[in-house]
Design a binder for this molecule. Sequence first.
Ligand SMILES: [Mg+2]
Length: 302
Amino acid sequence: MGKGGTASHLISRRAAGCLWRSASSKLAALVNTRHDTNLNPPIKLISTDFDGTLFAEFEMPPIPARIVTLIGDLQARGAKWVINTGRDMSSLMEALARARIGIQPDFLVLVEREIFIHDGMRYAGIPEWNEACSRDHAELYARVRPDVQKLYDWVNARFRATVYEDAFSPFCLIAGHNDDADQIHAHLLDYCRGIPNLTVVRNDVYARFCHTAYNKGTALTELALRLGIGSQEIFAAGDHLNDLPMLQTDRARWLAAPSNAVAEVKETVRRQQGFVSELSHGEGVADGLEFSLRTAGLEHLT
Ligand SMILES: [Mg+2]
């Protein structure tokens, strides 16, 4: 979230649909194979937020080798990895390239709502889901647009903040700091009560509107359904409010948060018997993933 650009360099939607269906059935067959435990880790889908969870902008390396090795080993044994982020395609690709990791996510959830699969060459959108997502947001935003100027004025009269429209929301916010963002967030949620299906997605000082049917949690469940992977076989890790929809045990049995996660995320993860690490960012995710694999492996054997 808060990073501009669009995913315009994708292959045609029809081709993407064919590739997705073909890859999807192969993957479903792969992840449902239960003959060899070495090729059958108890966790089959790893969903990681990016910024603040896996990726620490000012650290070197920004994604630690420990989590890269761990995810790479699991991928080699048949598990799949999805980066579930608020970033858009170009912004994520640029950050991943800078991180210079030797592994590649199998799937992406971008802008907290659109799903992409790596087809061997590039990431292609799932046409049905992404088209429905665009259509639903367009209809919703048509109802919001007449009120946007009023919302801009409310913010500008009270705070030093940046408000703007981008390709994903007619109202986007970058607040000066988190206390301001909290107050603006509350005002926006108040406004949302008058518009069915409208809500706010928030990450640190960033916020924007979105449709209640599309978030990191619903996108993760949609992906898992298409892969034939149950929530009992899914690990999810995140650090901020926009991760809360996927940090739910009905979507992912195995939950983790790094030490830098905000209090509400830590509380949500702990309340559901998830793992909150004493280590930050990628090291914390590695801790959580190792803990979950050990526990899930034991459950797997019973
Ligand atoms: Mg984050």
